[in-house]
Design a protein around this ligand. Structure first.
Ligand code: ADP
Ligand code: MG
Length: 680
C-alpha cells in the first residue's frame, strides 16, 4: 500500500487539509510515515521515581502536580522561572531560564512528568527538565500498568490527537499491510506480521516489547537501505567491465619509481586495485584512510596502470582548489613516469581548456582532473577506463552512478574517502562498494600538540604562530561556518585577515580564502600558500580539507566548539605532514557547551581518526558525523547506528541472502531513491 494514493495521510479519518499541513511539518505525508513516527518515550508507572527518593546526579523521571510558580530576573537580566512539583513524597524545584513560552502552560494545578538530571540545592531540583503535560489518558496510564506513547510533536498538535491518528492509521492498515522483512527475521523478534510490530511500538504492554518492536523496525529500515544499495550495485554491475592486461611486475615497477617507499598499507591497497582492474567485472572500491595516510599515491597507481594499458582515467575532486592540488601532486608523481595529465577547471585559460578537451577527445592515454564538469559535454573521454572520486561524500550514489552510466563498458571506480568512519557506518553508506582501509601513516611524521584554549588563549596561539613563521614555516587560521549567517563568518575571517596582514605576521604574507571567491581566485590563493608566497592562510570554510602543504605547522581554529570531531580531525590533519613538530590550537569560544568541550578533549587525547569518528557518532549522531546534511548521508528514522550496530550486520546479511519482495522494493525507492529526502 505504500506509495499508493490511498496511503496519502489526507485520506485518513481525522485529517483535514489544515491538519495535513501540520503533519507535513513533521515529515508525515503518508499513513506509512505516520506509523513510522515512533514514540520518543513512553509514560510508564514502572519508570517513575518518587521525588522523595531522588539523589543528586541521577537521571530520573518524576510525576506530579505543579503547586506554584515563581518568576524572577537574574542579576544579568535573564528571566528565571521556578516551578515546584509535588507528588506527595517531596517537592521538586524545576528551574528554567529565558523560557517565556512556558509561562502560560506552567501554572498551579497542572499535572506533568519531568525528566532530567537531579541536582540538590536545599532540596531536589532539575534545570530545564523535559516535560510532558499529562492529558486524561496519560494520567490514567500512570495509574495503571499501561504504557502510553509520547510522540515528537509540532505546534498545533497534541499528544492526544497524535495517539488518535496513529490508532486510525493502524485500523486503516489492518489486512492490507505487507511484510517487508523476511518472516524468520520478524519471528526472531517475536512478531508474526509488520502490522503487529506497529501495533506494539505504538501501544506496548511493557518496556521489553517496546524495545523489541523498535529493533524490528530498525532492522527493517537497515535492511531496506542495504537492499537498495545492493540493487544499485546489481543494476550497474551488468555491463561488461574493462579488464586491463596489467603485467605482474607493474606494481613493483610503480613502487620503485615513487619518490618514497610506500607503506605496507599502501602496497596492500595497490595490490587490491591491481587485482580489481585486471578482473572481468568493473572495480568498485572505496579507499578509506585517515588524513595524511597517503591515498593520493595509491590513486596515482590506478591512473598510471590505466594509462599504461592504453586507456584514460578521470579524477573527480569536490572543489576546484582540490582539483588543482591533485593536478600538482599527480604531475609530480606521474609526469616523470611519462603519464600525460590535464587539469580542467573553471579557472583554466581558454588555451588550457582547448588542450585538455582535445587530449581527452583523442582517446590517447591520459589522466583528466577536475570537478564533475569533466564528465559532462563537451568533454568526451572515449577510452575512459577509470573514474577516481575524491571525497565521495559530496556526491550521492545516484549522482555517481549517473556519471558511469551510458557507456557500453563500465569504467572501474575508485572512491577515496579521507573521513575515517567506523566500519559499520562505512557499510551503511558504501554498502555497494568493496572497502580497502589504509591503516598506517607514512613514517617520519612530527608530533602534533593539540591545545584547547579559551578566548584568552588566542594570544598564546598567535605567539606560537609568529615563532613558527620566523622559522620559515606556515600556518592556517580557520573560522567556522555559522548556521545563521555566512556573511558573519566572512566578517570574522576578513577582520582577522586584515588585522593579521597589518600586524607582525604581515611581512610573511597573509592570504584569505572564503566561499564567495571565484574558483580562479581560490586556486591562486591556495597555490600561493602551497608554494610559499603566502605563509598564513586565513579561511572561512572547511571545504578545502584536502590541502597538502608539508611546511604548515600551526593550525588555529576559532569557534572550535561548533565543528564536529571528524571535521576538527581533518583540519588538524593539515599540519604535521612532515618531520617537523606542529601545534593545533582549538579556541573554544565563550559560549562553548560542556558537550563541545568534551568533544575537544577527545580530540586532544588521540590522533586516531577512527576512534574519533566513533566518539563523534556517539556525541553527535550520524547525521552530523561529516558535518551537515549536505554530506549526503542517509538519515535513519528508527535505527541508531551506535546502538544498533549488530542489526546493521544482520541487515546486510539479509540483503545479500535474497531479493526483497515487491512491497519492499517500493518502500526502498520511496525512502532512499532519487528524490527522497534521504540522499544516500
Ligand atoms: P591523504 O591520504 O590525506 O590524501 P596524501 O596522499 O595527501 O594523504 O599524502 C600526505 C603526504 O604524505 C603527501 O605529502 C605525500 O607526498 C606523503 N606521502 C604519502 N605516502 C608516503 C610514504 N609512503 N612515505 C612518505 N611520504 C608519503
Ligand atoms: Mg588527499
Amino acid at each position: 500500500m505504500a506509495g499508493s494514493p490511498l496511503d496519502d495521510v489526507r485520506y485518513l479519518a481525522g485529517v483535514g487539509p489544515s491538519r495535513a499541513g501540520t503533519l507535513a511539518r513533521l515529515g508525515i505525508l503518508s499513513i506509512s510515515d505516520l506509523l513510522l513516527h515512533i514514540p520518543r518515550s513512553y509514560l510508564d508507572r514502572r519508570s517513575i521515581r518518587s521525588i522523595g527518593s531522588l539523589s543528586p546526579g541521577v537521571e530520573a523521571t518524576v510525576s506530579g502536580e505543579v503547586t506554584h510558580v515563581a518568576e524572577r530576573r537574574t542579576r544579568g537580566g535573564r528571566s528565571m522561572i521556578h516551578a515546584y512539583l509535588s507528588d506527595g513524597t517531596g517537592i521538586l524545584d524545576m528551574v528554567f531560564f529565558n523560557a517565556g513560552y512556558l509561562r502560560t502552560r506552567l501554572t498551579g494545578g497542572v499535572r506533568l512528568t519531568a525528566s532530567g538530571r537531579v541536582d540538590f540545592f536545599r532540596g531536589p531540583s532539575m534545570a530545564h527538565p523535559e516535560l510532558v503535560f499529562l492529558d486524561d489518558d496519560q494520567r490514567a496510564a500512570l495509574d495503571s500498568d499501561r504504557m502510553t506513547p509520547v510522540y515528537p510533536l509540532t505546534a498545533g498538535l497534541s499528544q492526544g490527537v497524535m495517539r488518535g491518528l496513529v490508532r486510525n492509521a493502524l485500523e486503516a492498515s489492518a489486512g492490507r499491510m505487507d511484510d517487508l522483512l523476511p518472516p524468520e527475521a520478524l519471528a526472531a523478534f517475536g512478531f508474526s506480521s509488520r502490522l503487529e510490530v506497529f501495533g506494539t511500538i505504538h501501544a506496548p504492554t511493557d518496556p521489553d516489547s517496546a524495545e523489541r518492536a523498535r529493533r524490528a523496525l530498525a532492522l527493517e529500515e537497515l535492511y531496506l537501505h542495504q537492499s537498495y544499495l545492493a540493487m544499485i550495485r546489481a543494476g550497474s554491475g551488468s555491463p561488461a567491465g574493462l579488464p586491463l592486461a596489467l603485467d605482474a611486475s607493474a606494481q613493483r615497477e610503480f613502487e620503485q619509481r615513487l619518490p618514497f617507499e610506500p607503506t605496507r598499507a599502501q602496497s596492500a591497497a595497490i595490490r587490491d586495485i591491481a587485482s580489481d582492474v585486471s578482473g572481468e567485472s568493473p572495480m568498485r572500491r572505496l579507499l578509506q584512510g585517515d588524513v595524511g595516510s597517503g591515498k593520493t599515491a595509491v590513486a596515482a597507481f590506478a591512473c598510471w596502470a590505466v594509462c599504461r594499458c592504453g586507456m584514460q582515467a578521470a579524477l573527480l575532486a569536490p572543489t576546484e582548489v582540490l582539483a588543482a592540488q591533485h593536478f600538482r601532486t599527480l604531475s609530480s608523481l606521474l609526469a616523470p613516469m611519462g603519464t600525460a595529465i590535464n587539469l580542467l577547471t573553471g579557472g583554466s585559460t581558454a588555451r588550457e581548456r582547448a588542450d585538455a578537451l582535445e587530449s581527452a577527445a583523442s582517446g590517447k592515454p591520459s589522466v583528466l582532473i577536475g570537478t564533475h564538469a569533466i564528465l559532462e559535454p563537451p568533454v568526451s573521454l572515449p577510452r575512459l577506463a577509470l573514474l577516481v572520486v575524491d571525497e565521495q561524500h559530496k556526491f550521492g550514489v545516484d549522482q555517481r552512478e549517473a556519471l558511469l552510466a551510458g557507456r557500453d563498458r563500465r569504467p572501474h571506480l575508485l572512491v577515496m574517502s579521507a573521513t575515517p568512519i567506523p566500519r559499520t557506518l562505512a557499510m551503511a553508506f558504501y554498502g555497494d562498494l568493496d572497502i580497502t582501509v589504509i591503516d598506517e601513516m607514512p613514517p617520519g611524521r612530527g608530533r602534533i600538540h593539540t591545545r584547547i584554549v579559551r578566548e584568552e588563549g588566542r594570544r598564546e596561539a598567535m605567539d606560537k604562530l609568529l615563532e613558527r613563521l620566523a622559522a620559515g614555516e606556515r600556518a592556517y587560521v580557520v573560522y567556522p561556518l555559522k548556521e545563521a549567517s555566512e556573511k558573519q563568518d566572512l566578517l570574522d575571517a576578513s577582520t582577522a585577515f586584515e588585522r593579521m596582514a597589518a600586524g607582525p605576521a604581515g611581512r610573511y604574507g597573509v592570504g584569505l580564502l572564503h566561499g564567495a571567491m571565484s574558483p580562479a581566485e581560490k586556486n591562486a590563493t591556495a597555490s600561493d600558500f602551497a608554494e610559499g608566497r603566502l605563509s598564513v592562510l586565513v579561511s572561512t570554510t572547511v571545504v578545502e580539507v584536502g590541502l597538502d602543504v608539508p611546511e604548515a605547522t600551526v593550525m588555529i581554529v576559532s569557534g572550535a566548539g561548533r565543528f564536529g570531531l571528524s571535521q576538527l580531525h581533518q583540519l588538524r590533519g593539515r599540519i604535521g605532514r612532515s618531520g617537523r613538530e606542529s601545534w593545533c590550537f582549538l579556541i573554544a569560544g565563550r559560549d562553548a557547551s560542556g558537550k563541545a568541550l568534551e568533544r575537544l578533549s577527545a580530540l586532544a587525547s588521540t590522533s586516531d581518526g577512527f576512534a574519533l569518528a566513533r566518539k563523534d557518532l556517539e556525541l553527535r549522531g550520524p547525521g552530523d558525523i561529516l558535518g551537515t546534511r549536505q554530506s549526503g548521508l542517509p538519515e535513519f528514522r528508527v535505527a541508531d547506528l551506535v546502538e544498533d550496530e549488530d542489526l546493521l550486520v544482520e541487515a546486510s546479511a539479509l540483503a545479500r541472502a535474497g531479493a526483497p519482495g515487491a512491497s519492499a522494493v517500493e518502500e526502498m525507492r520511496r525512502r532512499f531513491g532519487a528524490g527522497a529526502s534521504h540522499v544516500v
